[in-house]
Design a protein around this ligand. Structure first.
Ligand code: 2HG
Ligand code: ZN
Length: 455
């Protein structure tokens, strides 16, 4: 609990109106989007500048106040909600975008800027931002950097770390590190942006980021392919990467997921009959990519039906079948969410074995699979299992580890997965993580309980 004297100190830094203590005002900050992770907090602090963040961290260090750092609160692993009663440090007021530098194709955005606002600012200047994902309207720059967000275009442009040229951040020591000049080449020591990116707020609070932008693609085509078997769909994603240089997304889902999305979002059926597996493809190029897409699709095995849309509403409609999964599954109650990746040659086996593993342990459960097929990245959602019952989660993660995969492809470890970190990280690696944490956040006030398992 934050004492009255400490609240006064925080108010002096950010102003009375930006220290929230009223229970009603706190309610949206203490629970995650799925409703699975619910914490509590005595106070939310909303700084308006990097200097204010530094002053808050310094005050919290002095007073032993532990902080949970929060952006758009779209995380899925309980990393941004105060499960241990921490004070919430909300960065949404850091919402400034510096104008896009048209020559270098870069922009600097505050931690509280939404991903959609970054995309719009880039587009307005004739550029594009290489990262995109379903929660783009609420997710923020700070959170996307802290979790190294992946999403729908990783196969074309890489993850958030690949866009990151610099950050401004307040370390757990309260020191400010700032490197936002946008040098594309800079070999002068440890790469702090790369380290802070994906550190899930455990080392420092990212307050701004400098991103490289990509050339916009004048023409795009979206195709939904129906496959005879899941392994045909997985094999297709692999071979399309080689055959179709304009490929920018290859998203996998299955019949059960499509039916649920259609029912919840009231969408029409894309094909007259049902099929076992689907790939949603997007290709983008300066020229019309339809001809090369059609030629590539012709060469694939097991394709039973194809729907094509060249941009506009039709393309958005096809995307809804894929992007609607998270929302549709959430209507069934708080799901168990796993987000795993395995080497490509084990991906088809993973897709086949996950439902068997779940069914063996909890026959009453429903398993929903979808994901980013070209990277071997699979979202496993399980409904109908008590949120506190983690036996299924553990069994799936052990399967992933046995296939030499990783227990998180893009959502991070948060609080949800930390006890399984050693399934894919050696004790030497975890000790190195702890040493870095100890150096940059010596009092352990930033995101306690996130990422690192208890020692
Ligand atoms: C996606 O790819 C997101 O749509 C969310 O990473 C995945 O809801 C999920 O499990
Ligand atoms: Zn995803």
């Amino acid at each position: 609990m934050v004492e009255p004297r400490q609240l006064r100190e925080l108010r002096e830094i950010v102003g009375d109106e930006h220290v929230l203590v009223d229970e009603d005002l706190l309610s949206s900050y203490v629970v995650d989007f799925t409703g699975r992770f619910r914490g509590w907090s005595g106070c939310v602090v909303r700084p308006g500048s990097t200097q204010e963040v530094a002053a808050i961290v310094s005050t919290c260090r002095r007073n032993g106040i532990r902080l949970t750092v929060q952006g758009g609160n779209t995380g899925l692993v309980g990393g941004a909600v105060p499960l241990g009663g921490e004070t919430v440090l909300s960065l949404r007021r850091l919402s400034r975008i510096d104008h896009v530098d048209p020559r270098s194709g870069q922009l600097t955005a505050g931690a509280g800027v939404s991903i959609v606002a970054v995309q719009q600012a880039a587009a307005a200047a004739g550029w594009a931002y290489g990262v995109d994902f379903s929660s783009r309207a609420s997710a923020t720059v700070g959170g996307s950097v802290a979790t190294n967000a992946g999403g729908l275009r990783v196969l074309r442009h890489g993850d958030t770390r690949a866009q990151l040229l610099g950050v401004e951040a307040v370390l757990g020591t309260a020191a400010v590190v700032s490197r936002l000049s946008g040098l594309t080449k800079d070999n002068t020591g440890y790469h702090l942006p790369g380290l802070l990116c994906g550190s899930e707020g455990t080392l420092g609070v990212v307050t701004a980021a400098r991103f490289r932008l990509v050339a916009p693609l004048a023409q795009r085509v979206v195709a939904l392919l129906a496959f005879r078997t899941p392994s045909d769909a997985v094999a297709a994603a692999g071979s399309l990467r080689r055959q179709l240089p304009s490929l920018s997304a290859a998203e996998l889902f299955f019949d059960e997921g499509l039916s649920l999305v259609r029912e919840v979002l009231s969408l029409p059926t894309p094909f007259p009959s049902r099929h076992r597996a689907y790939l949603l493809l997007e290709a983008g190029a300066d020229h019309d990519p339809v001809t090369e897409l059609s030629a590539a699709v012709e060469s694939l095995h097991g394709v039973e039906a194809v729907a094509v849309a060249t941009g506009g509403h039709g393309a958005d409609q096809l995307w809804r079948y894929r992007e609607g999964h998270t929302e549709a599954i959430n209507t069934l109650g708080a799901p168990h969410k796993l987000d795993v990746t395995v080497p490509m040659d084990a991906f088809a086996e993973l897709v086949e074995r996950v439902p068997e593993v779940v069914a063996r342990l909890r026959p009453e459960a429903r398993t929903w699979l979808f994901g980013h097929a070209a990277e071997g990245s699979l979202h496993v959602n399980v409904t109908g299992v008590d949120p506190a019952d983690e036996e299924v989660d553990e069994a799936v993660l052990r399967l992933v580890a046995s296939l030499e995969g990783s227990i998180s492809a893009e959502h991070g470890i948060g609080r949800a997965k930390r006890r399984w970190l050693d399934l894919c990280r050696s004790s030497a690696e975890i000790e190195a993580f702890r040493a870095i944490k100890g150096a940059l956040d010596p009092d352990g006030i930033l995101n306690p309980g996130v990422l690192l398992p208890d020692s």
